[in-house]
Design a protein around this ligand. Sequence first.
Ligand code: ADP
Length: 238
Amino acid sequence: MSFLRIDRAVKQFGGLRAVDEVSFSLQRGEIVGLLGPNGSGKTTVINLVSGALPVTSGEIWLDGRRLTGLRCDRIARAGVARTFQLVRTLPSLSLMENVMITAVFGRSTHWGEKARRVAEDALATVGLAERASAVAGDLTYIDQKRLELARALAAEPEILLLDEWLAGLNPTELAEGVALIRRLHEGGLTILMVEHIIDAVRALCPRVVVMNSGRLIADEATEAALSDPAVVSAYLGG
Ligand code: ADP
């Protein structure tokens, strides 16, 4: 059985069908890239799965449970966490406070010491343990991104949705970021990642789904997709 199943999802914004009858599934433990040119509907799919936006029609299931119609806090409790393309950390709070908030509102409703331990683990996973008491607004760009990821991890998700988490990193940071995502995947997390950096997608994702103008145009092995004429032509604006 599929772990995440998106079944004919539609998202209509006025006259624009940003997501048009999109269906695909992830098995538990899989890591899949979500590709497509700008404006093709990738972030909207992430918004639908995480419950940030309601679907216009269609259904989304996680581990046999229907997510459609649930509020985003319920979806977080069901085990879905995501990062935002523009980081949403709370600049005046410490790193620990930033991460404890999602530990409290995540899958397991941790409080007090337990929330603190979960938050410490999440900060350690992304390499920010030493800076737990620093103020988020003082962080460099890469550390903001790490914190954003730690916030998602502190919710103890079963599936992690990454929205261009690797964008804007320098080559060294990118290599570290790829290694970090690989470790999370090897630790058993199911991951759906929107990503434009093709080398990173190749390194991490055996399979990709590709969108163009709201529609799914490919769902196949990464190398096959990258040479698929429909995918090539979508990227060339064809
Ligand atoms: P991608 O992530 O592939 O770049 P998006 O999902 O962000 O694409 O956007 C798909 C289309 O939906 C774009 O035309 C975008 O302008 C539009 N769109 C996205 N979010 C909204 C919204 N909240 N309201 C209206 N239009 C939106």
